[in-house]
Ligand binder design. Structure first.
Ligand SMILES: *Cc1c(COP(=O)(O)O)cnc(C)c1O
Length: 366
């Protein structure tokens, strides 16, 4: 039996999502932080200037920090968060990263490498022994970048094992937790030092805002990340942050429905004759069928859906899909016929009916 007193002391994630970061309960206080539009503040306080802080950022950061078990910092986009963390690596340091990480992350690494700023080694993040070997082989390795599940291959990394090995080698560990969200995976508790998010996706959840975040446990790392944000200025707008916080209030409910829809669609897709393979890690709301007809079939599917939207990005209440290899930046090792489905919260039978009718049109002629 659980102890009701300790239950009160330790709110569960759904309660945190709804209640964290709210103004104090005082007569006439608003339940939610209003959007504070301010570039400057009266001097001698904690904020001083719009690039250094905003009450809505603080509310967003408190909420995400409580969910992840660390201290959060909001950024203008996921990539602003990603590049800020990469910038913590010193000159000539190196980064071990998944070859199937988000394409923007792989491109950012390539860009830094091409300018002689640092080196990147791309690995199969699901192959724990190979990742550990890559870290051991490179004495300049300063950062292990983990994404799990990966976008869009949906490979899983053994975060505790990799974090333990990295710690022994003095290598900092970052996890891009965009796909799992803190409700399904809490990397800091698994041994990671830093979490990054594209809050554009599940955290905000309505395909209407661009936002990112970094979450850390160590005060020194917090200071370094905050210092980079202050200097580089990749700061989010108050309205965008407010939208993302508003989205986070329903994260658990949205994710619940999206995940059960995804699991059901993965089952049905696996039995469809046009589908060669279904990638689904068993949790989360991204499903990636690989079509027997390859790229052309994937394009026909994208063009043939009516309820699903052919669009990039993911994590919204709306179901979207795309053939990932339509992007030149996507890794060549991603199958041409892989379609990334971002499963939303619509009725699952409607979603299936639309997919099934569009799949009918993908069979090669004859
Ligand atoms: C979208 C995405 C990013 C980049 O985030 P933006 O908000 O688009 O800048 C980073 N990592 C993953 C896993 C993503 O899906």
């Amino acid at each position: 039996m659980s102890d009701p007193a300790s239950d009160r002391a330790q709110p569960r994630p759904a309660t945190i999502a709804v209640t964290a970061g709210r103004p104090p309960h005082e007569p006439d206080a608003p339940l939610n932080h209003p959007i504070t539009m301010a570039s400057t503040y009266v001097a001698t306080g904690d904020v001083e200037y719009g690039r250094y802080g905003n009450p809505v950022w603080s509310a967003f950061e408190e909420t995400l920090g409580a969910l992840e078990g660390g201290r959060a910092l909001a950024f203008a986009s996921g990539m602003a968060a990603v590049t800020t963390v990469l910038d913590l690596v010193g000159n000539d340091g190196s980064v071990v990263a998944p070859r199937h990480a988000y394409s923007g992350t792989v491109m950012a690494l390539a860009d830094l490498e091409s300018r002689g700023r640092l080196r990147g080694t791309l690995v199969d993040i699901a192959d724990t022994a190979a990742v550990v070997q890559a870290m051991r082989d490179d004495e300049d390795c300063a950062l292990l970048w983990i994404e799990s599940p990966t976008n869009p291959a949906l490979e899983l990394a053994d975060i505790p094992a990799l974090a333990a090995a990295a710690k022994e080698l003095g290598i900092r560990v970052v996890v891009d937790n965009t796909f799992a969200t803190p409700l399904l995976q809490q990397p800091l508790a698994l041994g990671a030092d830093i979490v990054v998010h594209s809050a554009t996706k599940y955290l905000a959840g309505h395909s209407d805002v661009q936002l990112g975040a970094v979450v850390v446990t160590d005060d020194e790392v917090y200071g370094a990340v905050k210092g980079r944000r202050d200097l580089v200025g990749a700061v989010p707008g108050p309205f965008e942050t407010w939208l993302a916080l508003r989205g986070m209030r329903t994260l658990h409910v949205r994710l619940d429905r999206a995940q059960s829809n995804a699991a059901e669609l993965a089952r049905r897709l696996a039995e469809h004759p046009a589908v060669e393979e279904v990638r689904y890690p068993g949790f989360g709301a991204i499903v990636a069928p690989v079509l027997r007809g390859g790229g052309p079939a994937a394009d026909l599917l994208s063009a043939g859906v009516r309820l699903w939207v052919h669009a990039t990005s993911l994590g919204g209440v709306e179901s979207t899909l795309e053939r990932r290899r339509r992007w030149k930046a996507e890794a060549a090792t991603i199958p041409d016929g892989l379609v990334r489905l971002s499963v939303g919260i619509e009725d699952v039978d409607d979603l299936w009916a639309d997919l099934a009718q569009a799949l009918e049109g993908t069979a090669p002629a004859g």
